[in-house]
Design a protein around this ligand. Structure first.
Ligand code: DGJ
Length: 711
């Protein structure tokens, strides 16, 4: 039973390896209810959890109230001065005072149980429901909040939940930050006293920060130590506020929207947040990542059990200049290499010769495809490949038939400019008519062209994010646009169960556990330089699984960085995710094509393990020194080993594997030799790519097979 009632207002939520104890504090003088977290850590028995609730409360002085950092949803109201998780204005009064209104437990089936804690404002007709879901196969706890108004109320902050991290002398935070073409750079640092805000105010998840944070007490390593993580499943603007009080204690409150956003609830209306997810792990950062990956595969991704096909994408080869002859040429070569899915990128529609025009005009480019796309796509299909197209449904060019017909469909504000970014505006997906239009043409496109795959791009942040017809309630677009995107994707998938979708936003601008509920993979960065990509992939892997990470092999020198790199290195880096090819194959030599075909065939033999297995980041800073990443699934062990600076004398020569069965024997595929798991983990292997005398950018793929124990 994952939710254990300890009394009528305390509960222990149990996961396979953790316990989360909460209760509703009732102030005996005022009657105010404050739902509070009293424990989050290693799994406790019900008896031990009950004891936790009897622990004396924190000392509260007149000038500070560290107690509020333990609250599940600290409100703006009463004796609180921290960053609120819920802020509401009723008429002229900006303050919330809550009363406890009971609780409900729901057996949701499939090993999931939900607890709803019901609260209501002491005076105004305003209900708050804190929902918590625990499952019996993951340590991730899902939390979200619902508010309901009986009379008009203006919500200016509504987080999914506040998570308290147990007391420690000091804390570290880990997160990923970056920029376009430099996404998901892992940053780990001392958590400062005060409030540390990670956020996106862009209307998309953003390249600059990603909606998760992990906290440890400073001692966790890759494979050891306690880590507490919070991630938000949301693809619009968001905010995670981590607070460390000077008196001790830290918490993370996370939710959608951002400061300044107003949501006016009409009488009878409710607002539901996206889920914020919390994970406790005592397996270090690696253990935490594997738990997040398993959660994403088990409870987020729509098609986690499938093996993702090897893809070819034409963007870097042809950019906007898409023609039938050149795509078919590329397709023939791609098919001969073993590519399984051919995706035609930007440039096939409207009058799209560059990025200044045609977003919204989703009909085939009349000059280049006077007879439509069907002939070209059939030609690709005849080569034995699946077929995909690039689309940017939220994009709108001023220079388009759609904009001329519906200028009001763009996000805009009265008496304000309509600023373009990358030559385009944003279509308002909060509008019913826009979503109907989007579903209409996307459904038609997928049906008529029998598409297997869409690459759904989104190439700019919001500006002038208004919707004048909504009057004073225009801020809704910040939330309802994202919900609209989800709805269109969900509808398309329902109508086309075979359709697979890739999320892209100018590279990795929309990578999060919200979009992964509706898409099968994400494009993490427009930077395809294998060295840079290793850093991006390292950061990506902290939360997201390799089976959702698109990774292409492109040309050398790399079109963005001009760095030259051997084909094998480029392949071995891309083989750490969902392998794709994105180079100009018409310029690859016969021997390069032969190597590519050999490596694609190798990838197909290990991809189930890479895409669905347990991932271990073994050694070194990826892209900067000798490093390796390992995947284990059933009896197969796959290790990708990298040495970017071949001649470096310093650094390890042996590579200790991890996560193996110490008692079992493993066969090394390259020479058939047998090794005990204990030897591989204790002493390690000696990768040729790590020998110090040699060229830069050496890499290798090591495959081992587990034999019966003791054989
Ligand atoms: C940005 C994407 O990240 C690229 O891969 C490519 O699809 C371009 N947009 C096309 O405009």
């Amino acid at each position: 039973m994952p939710v254990i009632p300890l009394d009528d207002h305390h509960w222990a939520l149990t996961t396979p390896a953790s316990t989360y104890v909460i209760g509703v504090d009732l102030d005996p003088d005022t009657g105010e209810a404050a739902p509070r977290q009293t424990y989050w850590g290693p799994r406790l028995s019900a008896e031990a959890a009950r004891q936790v609730t009897a622990l004396p409360k924190r000392h509260v002085s007149s000038f500070s109230t560290p107690a509020e950092i333990e609250e599940l949803l600290p409100v703006d109201g009463g004796k609180r001065w921290g960053s609120p998780s819920l802020q509401v204005t009723f008429g002229d009064t900006r303050s919330v005072e809550l009363r406890f209104a009971g609780s409900r437990r729901h057996d949701e089936g499939g090993g999931a149980e939900r607890l709803d804690v019901l609260l209501a404002d002491a005076h105004h007709p305003f209900e708050v429901v804190l929902s918590l879901r625990v499952r019996d196969d993951t340590d991730v706890i899902e939390r979200w909040t619902t508010v309901r108004a009986g009379a008009e109320a203006v919500v200016t902050r509504l987080d999914s939940g506040n998570w308290f991290v147990p007391d420690a002398p000091a804390y570290r935070y880990s997160g990923v930050f970056g920029a376009w073409a430099e996404e998901t750079q892992l940053q780990r640092g001392l958590l400062p006293v005060g409030e540390l805000v990670f956020t996106s105010r862009q209307g998309i998840t953003s390249h600059t920060a990603n909606p998760w944070v992990m906290i440890d007490a400073g001692a966790a390593t890759e494979e050891h130590g306690e880590v507490w993580g919070v991630a938000l499943a949301w693809s619009g603007s968001w905010r995670l506020t981590t607070t460390q009080r000077p008196e001790g204690g830290a918490c993370v409150s996370g939710g959608f929207g951002h400061d300044g956003l107003r949501w006016t609830l009409a009488p009878g209306e409710e607002l539901v947040t996206p889920p914020a997810l919390g994970l406790y792990s005592d397996g270090g950062f690696g253990g935490a990542s594997r738990a997040w990956h398993a959660y994403a595969r088990g409870h987020v991704l729509p098609t986690p059990a499938e093996e993702r096909p090897v893809l070819y994408n034409s963007w870097e080869a042809t950019t906007f200049a898409v023609t039938e002859a050149q795509q078919l040429d590329l397709a023939k070569t791609a098919a001969s290499l073993g590519v399984e899915l051919f995706v035609i990128d930007d440039g096939w529609f409207g009058r799209r010769d560059d990025d200044t025009t045609s977003l919204g005009d989703w009909f085939p480019h009349r000059e280049r495809f006077p007879d439509g796309l069907r002939g070209m796509l059939d030609g690709i299909r005849d080569l034995g490949m699946l077929v995909g197209l690039w689309v940017e449904p939220e994009g709108l060019s001023k220079e388009s038939e759609l904009y001329r017909a519906h200028p009001d469909w763009a996000l805009h504000m009265e008496h304000r400019r309509r600023d373009e970014k990358r030559g385009q505006l944003v279509l308002n997906f909060a509008r019913d008519d826009v979503r109907e239009w989007a579903i209409g043409w996307l459904d038609g496109l997928v049906t008529d062209l029998r598409l297997d795959y869409l690459k759904w791009d989104m190439n700019r942040p919001f500006t002038q994010a208004g919707w004048p017809e909504r009057g004073g309630d225009q801020d809704r677009v910040w939330i309802d646009h994202t919900r609209g995107v989800y709805e269109v994707m969900r509808t398309l998938r329902e109508r086309h169960p075979g359709l697979r979708i890739e999320s892209c936003s100018g590279g990795g601008g929309r990578v999060d556990l919200g979009i992964l509920r509706h898409t099968d993979e994400v494009w993490p960065s427009d930077n395809t330089d294998a060295r840079d990509r290793q850093t991006v992939q390292h950061g990506f892997s902290q939360l997201y699984p390799a089976g959702a990470m698109s990774a292409w092999v492109t040309d050398s020198p790399n079109p963005t960085t001009r760095r030259e790199m051997p084909l094998r290195y480029r392949f071995h880096v891309a083989m750490a995710g969902v392998l794709g090819v994105g180079g100009n194959l018409t310029e690859w030599s016969a021997s390069e094509l032969e190597t590519a075909a050999e490596l694609i065939a190798q990838y197909k033999r290990v991809r189930a393990t890479v895409q669905h297995g347990a991932q271990y980041r073994l050694a070194g800073t990826p892209g900067q020194e000798r490093s390796a990443v390992q995947y284990v699934l059933d009896d197969q062990v796959v290790v990708l080993v990298y040495n970017p600076l071949g001649n470096a004398k310093r650094g390890p020569r042996t590579l200790r594997l991890t996560g193996l069965d110490p008692e079992a024997l493993y066969e090394l595929e390259s020479d058939g030799s047998h090794w005990h798991g204990a030897t591989l983990m204790g002493a390690g292997i000696r990768p040729a790519a790590w020998e110090p005398i040699g060229a830069d950018h050496r890499s290798e793929l090591v495959v081992l097979t587990k034999l019966c124990p003791g054989r």
